[in-house]
Design a binder for this molecule. Structure first.
Ligand SMILES: *Cc1c(COP(=O)(O)O)cnc(C)c1O
Length: 255
């Protein structure tokens, strides 16, 4: 189970492994936690929540998440996808929840704050019983030695993480103001990107690409009027703003 507009990989993996996938309607781009609880069936085994979520950037308040996990039936396991965990202020105490014996798995990655996506390495927390099951079905030597060395260096590099967090936060606030001044609808993001309503996402994607800027069209998520813009360095963001204004001039947004 996952919410509509949750990270699309959950649905893709379910399809790949021929597992039934329950998609619960969202509530204005937030997962409808009550709706999800109501939709859990006795045979529902995995409930995925990305927090913050990609592509929306929206985040579930810690209290709501806590309350949700408490009420999920014992027959289901909650998988917390924490790919953007390090960007959060007051991150949820997911590790404590696992230590308290809640039926939760937390997953993290080196792809985002550490910027090591090309090395394909991440990690997770869970009860030893669940980890033992994962050990049985993972491929041998699934994480290579170079990726492990880089991941350890990344964990130790507090300064790089702090700098990335700061550049991202400042860049996100600036981009928030930029879109707000243009009266564009945007979602409140706690990740390193913002989803914004531009009307013709594919047109914006192609036009921006021609101008040397890559954004994501949300058409593949069934949202052909929205794009997702990642936060880059201050110079990259200035270039984005300049080129975006040019494209917007040619393709004004109707509300
Ligand atoms: C990027 C991302 C991941 C995992 O990325 P990997 O590069 O495969 O580690 C998982 N979940 C979400 C929501 C993401 O955005």
């Amino acid at each position: 189970m996952a919410s509509r507009y949750a990270f699309v990989v959950y649905k893709l993996m379910a399809q790949l492994f021929d597992i039934e996938f329950l998609e619960v309607p969202d509530r204005d781009f937030y997962p409808d936690l009550e709706g999800m609880l109501a939709a859990i069936r006795p045979d529902t085994r995995l409930v995925f929540l990305a927090n913050p979520n990609n592509p929306t950037g929206t985040r579930i308040p810690n209290h709501d998440l806590d309350h949700f996990i408490q009420r999920v039936p014992e027959t289901a396991l909650v998988v917390l996808d924490e790919a953007y965990y390090e960007f959060l202020e007051e991150a949820p105490p997911s590790l404590d929840w696992i230590r308290q014996g809640r039926r939760v798995v937390a997953m993290r990655t080196f792809s985002k704050i550490q910027g090591l996506a090309g090395l394909r390495i991440g990690y997770g927390f869970a009860d030893p019983e669940i980890i033992e099951i994962l050990q049985r079905c993972r491929q041998p030597f699934n994480i290579n030695a170079l990726a492990q060395a880089a991941a350890l260096a990344g964990l130790a590099d507090e300064e790089h993480m702090a700098r990335t967090r700061q550049i991202t936060q400042q860049g996100r606030e600036k981009l928030n103001r930029f879109f707000a001044e243009l009266h564009l609808r945007q979602l409140p993001s706690e990740a390193n990107f913002i989803m914004v309503h531009v009307g013709q996402a594919d047109v914006f994607f192609k036009a921006l690409l021609q101008r040397g800027v890559i954004i994501r069209s949300m058409t593949s998520y069934g949202l052909p009027e929205w794009i997702r813009v990642s936060i880059g360095t201050p110079e990259e963001m200035l270039k984005f703003e300049r080129e975006f204004l040019n494209v917007l001039h040619d393709h004004p947004v109707r509300h």
